[in-house]
Design a protein around this ligand. Structure first.
Ligand code: SF4
Ligand code: SF4
Length: 756
C-alpha cells in the first residue's frame, strides 16, 4: 500500500506547555518530509478527530501518527477503520509527564516522534489468518465428572456441539461416589445432596451432547478448529474432528502407602478419607479389622499435603472433607466421639459457618497439633500421639478408626508432558537423528497411558507448572502463574477442575463454566482471523521466509505454545491457529526471517536507527534504549508518568510484545549506532513467573547470557546491556532502576561507536 502519512501533534494535557511544538513539527516535515503535520489542543475531542478524518477523506491520509498520549489509552477513539494505520508516539506519559521542560525533554519528544514515523513508514495492515477449510466448532470434553459435565452443558446451552469422552463405564466421576457434599446454602451448616444424578440425566438428555463412555483419547493432532482426534473404545478406534478441547480428567488421591509414618498399612484401622466416604455412601462407619461400628474417630489433617516430602501444596478441600465426615460419624451415632488434629483449619468463605457448627458440637474435639506417633494396641484400636497442641501439652488418643485426610493429585501426574521426558522414557536424549528417534519410538509400545496424547513437537500432554530452572513443581498444567485460569500452554486446549488445581465441587463448576467460555471464545476469534489472549483480537500472524531457514530449530524449540512442528530436516511447519503472536520465534531466529506485518525486525531496527545519537566529544550526551514488555513493563512506565515520577531523560523506550521477541540483532544494531546502554524491562521469571507468554522473559534472560560474544566482538563492556524484572505495580520503583542503570553506563563511559 502506498502510504500517505499524517502526523498529528496534540498540545493538550500539558504537552504544549512543555515542548516547542514548532520545532517538533519540523522533525516530521523537514527530517522525514511527511506531507501533513498538524497540531491541535485536544486531538481526542470532537474537533481534533474531525481534523484527522477530514485529512483521511479529502487528502488521502492512510497512515495516522498521533503524537500525544500513550497508545494504551484512547485506542478506541483513534480508530479510523480497518484500512487506516494508526501509530502513536507517547509524548505525554513518557515525556512531558515524566520530565521537566527543557532542551533534553524536547530532544526526547523529538526522538519519540522519529521512532513513531519510522514505524509508521514500515508497518503494514495485518489481514488476519483465515482458515483454509471450514473451522470446526465442536468441543471435545475429556472427562465426564462434575467439571466435564458442567463444561459440556454450558457449551451445549450456548448451542455448541459437544463430545464427552469418559474413561469409566459411567458418567459422574468422584462426585458420584460421595454420600453428601459441603453446605452450599444458608445457613451453611447442613450437608447437601451432590446433585450428580440429575446432572448426569441432564447431560444424557441434551441433544447437543454426545457421550462416549469406556473411551480414551488415543491421539490428538492438528490445531484449534481442525483437531483430528482418535478415540479408542473397547479396542475399536474412531476418528472425530473438533475445534477446541476441554481437559477435565480430574484428580486422583495421593498414594497412602507412602504415609506409613501415619499408620497407613501398619495399623488395620487407619484408612483414608476416600475409604471413609465409600463406607459412608454404603451407610456404615465401621472398623476394617472387625466390622464393629466406630465409636471414636480421629481425623489427621494434611496427611501428606504441605509437606515437601510428599505434596508441597494444600489440597484445599481436605479440612472440609474431614468436617463433613465428622458429621457423618455424629449423625449416625450421637455418642460417637470425633477428634480432628490439624495444622491450620482452612475453611474459607461461608464454609466458616460449617466449621462453627463442628466447633459447637461438644463431641467434636478440634486441636492444632503435630502427630508424633500412630500405633496399634491389642484390640486393633489406634493410639495417636499428638504434640504441640492448643492445650499446651502432649495428648494421646485411643480411637476405633483413624482417617487420613489425604490430598489431591492431578490425573496427569507421572505422565511425560515434555518431549525430553518422552525421550527419557525410551532411553533417548533427543540428540539422535530424527530417523533414529522415530525408529526407537515406533519399535516399542508407549510405556505410559497418556490422557490427550498430543502429536506435538514439544510433547504429548499440556505442560505443567515449572520453575525458572525448568524444574517441575507439580503436575498441574499451567499457562500463567497469575493471570489466566483455565488456560493451558496449548492453544485451544483449556483445563478445568481438579486436573488444574485442587478445588471443591462448587469451584469446579465455576472453573468448568470458565473453560467452556474460553473454548468458545477461541473458536469464535480464530474463525474470524483473530488470535486469542493475551493479544486477543490481534489480526497479525508470523510470516516465515523459509527459503533462508538453516533448520537450526530454535523457533520450534522456543515457541512456548508448540505452534511449530518440523519436517524431517527441521524446517518449521507453522500451525498458526496454535500461535498466540508473542513473537518469541522472531526473537529466536538468528536468520531474522520471521516477522509480522506490523511487528518485525526491520520495523524495530528502523526505530532504533531513527533515534538521534548526538556526538559531542567534550560532554557526551548519553542515549539509553529500553525494550519494555507491553504487558507489564510498558504500563508500569506509563503509570510512572501518570504519577509524575521522573527518571533519567536519556531513556528511549520501544515497546515489545514480549522480551522473548527481542532479537539479539536489535542489541548489536543499537550498540553499533552509538547507543550507550540497553535496558530490557520484562516480566518476573522464576517460580512465580508472570510472563504472559510463559517463557519470554526467561528466554530473553538466557539469550542475554550469551550476548557477551556480540559485545566482545564490538569491544564493548557486558554491563552496557542489562535486564530487570518488573510487575505492573512496580511503577514507583522504575525511576531508581532506570537512574541506577544510567549511572552505571555513565561510569563506563560513552559508547566509542558514537559518531561512526
Ligand atoms: S513463538 Fe509465538 S509468535 Fe512464534 S509461532 Fe510460537 S506462539 Fe506464534
Ligand atoms: S529459527 Fe529461523 S533459521 Fe532456525 S529453524 Fe526457525 S526459521 Fe529456520
Amino acid at each position: 500500500m502506498e502510504k500517505k502519512i499524517g502526523v498529528y501533534i496534540c498540545t493538550g494535557c500539558g504537552i504544549g506547555d512543555s515542548l516547542d511544538i514548532e520545532r517538533l513539527s519540523k522533525v516530521a516535515t523537514e527530517e522525514f518530509n511527511v506531507p501533513i503535520c498538524k497540531t491541535h489542543a485536544f486531538l481526542c475531542g470532537e474537533e481534533g478527530l474531525r481534523l484527522i478524518k477530514e485529512d483521511i477523506n479529502k487528502e488521502g491520509v492512510n497512515t495516522v501518527l498521533i503524537a500525544g498520549c500513550s497508545p494504551r489509552v484512547n485506542w478506541d477513539v483513534f480508530n479510523f477503520g480497518t484500512n487506516i494505520i494508526v501509530e502513536r508516539a507517547n509524548i505525554r506519559e513518557m515525556v512531558v509527564w515524566s520530565h521537566p521542560p527543557g532542551e533534553d525533554t524536547q530532544e526526547l519528544a523529538e526522538d519519540y516522534l522519529r521512532m513513531g514515523i519510522a514505524r509508521a513508514e514500515k508497518v503494514e495492515i495485518p489481514e488476519g489468518y483465515m482458515p483454509e477449510e471450514e473451522y470446526n466448532k465442536t468441543i471435545l470434553v475429556v472427562g465426564g465428572g462434575i467439571s466435564g459435565m458442567t463444561a459440556a452443558l454450558e457449551a451445549a446451552k450456548a448451542n455448541y456441539q459437544v463430545v464427552i469422552v469418559e474413561k469409566q463405564a459411567k458418567l459422574g466421576g468422584w462426585a458420584a461416589k460421595w454420600a453428601k457434599q459441603f453446605p452450599k446454602h444458608p445457613p451453611y451448616q447442613m450437608l447437601e445432596d451432590t446433585g450428580i444424578s440429575s446432572k448426569i440425566k441432564e447431560v444424557e438428555a441434551n441433544s447437543n451432547i454426545k457421550v462416549y463412555t469406556s473411551t480414551t483419547v488415543k491421539k490428538v493432532e492438528g490445531q484449534p478448529g481442525a483437531f483430528n482426534v482418535i478415540l479408542s473404545q473397547n479396542g475399536k478406534e474412531e476418528g472425530i474432528k473438533v475445534g477446541s478441547i476441554i481437559l477435565a480428567t480430574g484428580w486422583k488421591p495421593y498414594d497412602p502407602t507412602r504415609l506409613e509414618h501415619l499408620g497407613y498399612g501398619r495399623c488395620s484401622n487407619v484408612i483414608t478419607n476416600i475409604q471413609m466416604e465409600e463406607m459412608a455412601a454404603e451407610g456404615r462407619i465401621t472398623r476394617p479389622s472387625d466390622g464393629r461400628p466406630a465409636e471414636s474417630v480421629v481425623f489427621i489433617q494434611c496427611a501428606g499435603q504441605r509437606d515437601p516430602e510428599h505434596l508441597p501444596y494444600c489440597s484445599s478441600v481436605c479440612c472440609l472433607v474431614s468436617l463433613k465426615q465428622a458429621m457423618y460419624v455424629r449423625e449416625r451415632n450421637p455418642n460417637a466421639k470425633v477428634y480432628i488434629i490439624y495444622r491450620d483449619m482452612r475453611t474459607p468463605g461461608q464454609y466458616e459457618m460449617f466449621y462453627k457448627k463442628a466447633q459447637d458440637d461438644e463431641n467434636i474435639f478440634l486441636t492444632k497439633g503435630d502427630i508424633v506417633g500412630v500405633t496399634e494396641d491389642g484390640d486393633k484400636s489406634v493410639i495417636v500421639e499428638v504434640d504441640n497442641t492448643l492445650l499446651g501439652e502432649k495428648i494421646s488418643i485411643k480411637a476405633d478408626l483413624v482417617v487420613l485426610a489425604t490430598g489431591m493429585v492431578s490425573t496427569l501426574e507421572g505422565i511425560p508432558n515434555t518431549i525430553e521426558e518422552v525421550y527419557a522414557q525410551y532411553g533417548l536424549t533427543g540428540e539422535e537423528e530424527v530417523a533414529k528417534i522415530k525408529e526407537v519410538i515406533a519399535s516399542k509400545p508407549q510405556p505410559w497411558e497418556g490422557v490427550l496424547n498430543l502429536d506435538y513437537r514439544q510433547g504429548p500432554e499440556v505442560p505443567f507448572l515449572q520453575s525458572s530452572s525448568l524444574k517441575k513443581l507439580s503436575d498441574f498444567p499451567d499457562s500463567n502463574f497469575i493471570c489466566f485460569p483455565y488456560e493451558s500452554r496449548r492453544t485451544g486446549i483449556y483445563v478445568a477442575g481438579c486436573v488444574r488445581q485442587p478445588m471443591d465441587m462448587d469451584a469446579a463448576i465455576k472453573d468448568a463454566t470458565g473453560a467452556a467460555l474460553k473454548a468458545i471464545q477461541c473458536m469464535e476469534l480464530e474463525s474470524r482471523g483473530r488470535t486469542v489472549h493475551p493479544r486477543s483480537l490481534d489480526l497479525s500472524y508470523p510470516i516465515f521466509f523459509l527459503q533462508r531457514c538453516t533448520q537450526c530449530k530454535r523457533c520450534t524449540m522456543e515457541c512456548p505454545f508448540s505452534a511449530l512442528e518440523e519436517d524431517e530436516k527441521g524446517t518449521p511447519k507453522p500451525n498458526l491457529f496454535r500461535c498466540r503472536r508473542c513473537g518469541i520465534c522472531m526473537g529466536a531466529c538468528p536468520e531474522r526471517i520471521i516477522g509480522f506485518k506490523d511487528y518485525n525486525v526491520d520495523i524495530i531496527s528502523s526505530m532504533i536507527k531513527a533515534i538521534n545519537v548526538p556526538y559531542e566529544d567534550e560532554e557526551p550526551k548519553f542515549r539509553i534504549l529500553c525494550f519494555a514488555c507491553e504487558n507489564d513493563a510498558y504500563p508500569a512506565l506509563d503509570m510512572a508518568g501518570i504519577n509524575h515520577l521522573s527518571y533519567d531523560v536519556s531513556l528511549r523506550v520501544i515497546p515489545v510484545r514480549c522480551l522473548g521477541s527481542v532479537n539479539m540483532v536489535f542489541i548489536s544494531d543499537a550498540l553499533s549506532r552509538g547507543i550507550d546502554g540497553i535496558l530490557l524491562l520484562g516480566c518476573v521469571l522464576g517460580d512465580d513467573y508472570q510472563c504472559h507468554f510463559v517463557r519470554g522473559s526467561e528466554l530473553a534472560n538466557y539469550r542475554l547470557g550469551k550476548v557477551g560474544e556480540t559485545l566482545q566482538r564490538l569491544a564493548l563492556e557486558a554491563e552496557r546491556v542489562h535486564m530487570e524484572q518488573v510487575t505492573i505495580t512496580d511503577y514507583y520503583k522504575l525511576p531508581k532502576i532506570i537512574n541506577e542503570f544510567v549511572e552505571k553506563v555513565k561510569e563506563i563511559g560513552a559508547n566509542p561507536f558514537k559518531g561512526f
